[in-house]
Design a protein around this ligand. Structure first.
Ligand code: GUN
Length: 269
């Protein structure tokens, strides 16, 4: 794109507050953009910023022609209305795919969202590239967050899987997961999914990123998934490790969404 029209895609990131995990995610995203030639803009607002300030920042990025993708890193501090902020991002720059217009179009057959949430898109990409048939398969998605669980369930249904959603109020979740050919987990509880929750030969995508204390590691903690990896590897045919599994693929999908957005803006093939 740069060689032929002299333009590059641009991604704007909005960060509010000092959450360590959010800052880590943002750092990874910015580095990945840098590596592929996507320009980045970052706006850091204090924890106690007003909704008005945040809306102004988003509005500035909506109007900025150098920006093709906007990310407001979630979660936001309690006093800010997350829904209102997500609604304020232009659907044409919503590379997270969280705007109700994009999420709604993802949910409805025959409609096409402008963007699909990155973790869900990464999940499908991983299954397809690994030669795992999705159509007609039983899938258990554990979790129903707007960032991962909900869009992943919707996207898997678009690929004709039979999807069961497991959540905090599900009775006997292990009965459902044990029948699934594919299990996707995004709960945020380390090792909640045990080996005996899984069907022999299943394909497992672990989206959990949980920080647990580990005195033997340099910074006193380590990151682990939702699935008990040691037990699962004895049962399943494949599982994504944490860290290093679905995370890097999710970042790639963000780059891909940003490039798609710039192509649309520049009417570039
Ligand atoms: N917080 C955790 N994951 C994400 C993500 O993919 N996008 C945004 N905006 N916030 C997040």
């Amino acid at each position: 794109m740069k060689a032929s029209i002299g333009k590059s895609p641009g991604l704007a990131v909005v960060s509010v507050g000092k959450r360590r995990d959010s800052h880590t995610f943002i750092r990874i995203k910015l580095k990945a953009c840098d590596e592929v030639g996507i320009a980045t803009l970052i706006e850091e607002l204090p924890e106690n910023c007003t909704e008005h300030q945040l809306l102004n920042v988003v509005s500035g990025f909506n109007e900025n022609p150098l920006v093709h993708g906007i990310i407001v890193q979630l979660p936001l501090p309690q006093h800010l209305d997350e829904e209102k902020i997500i609604d304020s991002v232009s659907p044409e720059k919503d590379v997270d795919g969280f705007h109700p217009l994009n999420m709604g179009n993802l949910a409805m057959r025959g409609r096409e969202p402008l963007f699909i949430p990155c973790a869900s898109k990464g999940c499908i990409e991983l299954l397809l590239r690994s030669g795992v048939e999705i159509m007609g398969k039983k899938v258990a998605v554990i979790g129903r967050s707007k960032i991962v669980g909900l869009p992943t369930s919707l996207l898997l249904q678009r690929h004709h899987a039979t999807v069961s959603t497991v959540h905090a109020f599900t009775t006997n979740p292990e009965k459902i997961t044990r029948e699934a050919d594919i299990v996707v987990s995004d709960v945020g509880i380390p090792n909640i999914v045990r080996g005996n929750w899984l069907k022999p030969g299943a394909f497992v995508i672990d989206m959990g990123t949980n920080r647990i204390k580990d005195p033997s590691s340099r910074n006193g903690y380590r990151v682990t998934g939702d699935v008990c990896f040691k037990e699962a590897t004895k049962v399943v045919s494949a599982i994504t490790p944490v860290p290093g599994g679905i995370g890097p693929i999710t970042i790639s999908m963000l780059l891909s969404n940003t490039l798609d957005s710039a192509k649309r803006a520049f009417i570039f093939p």
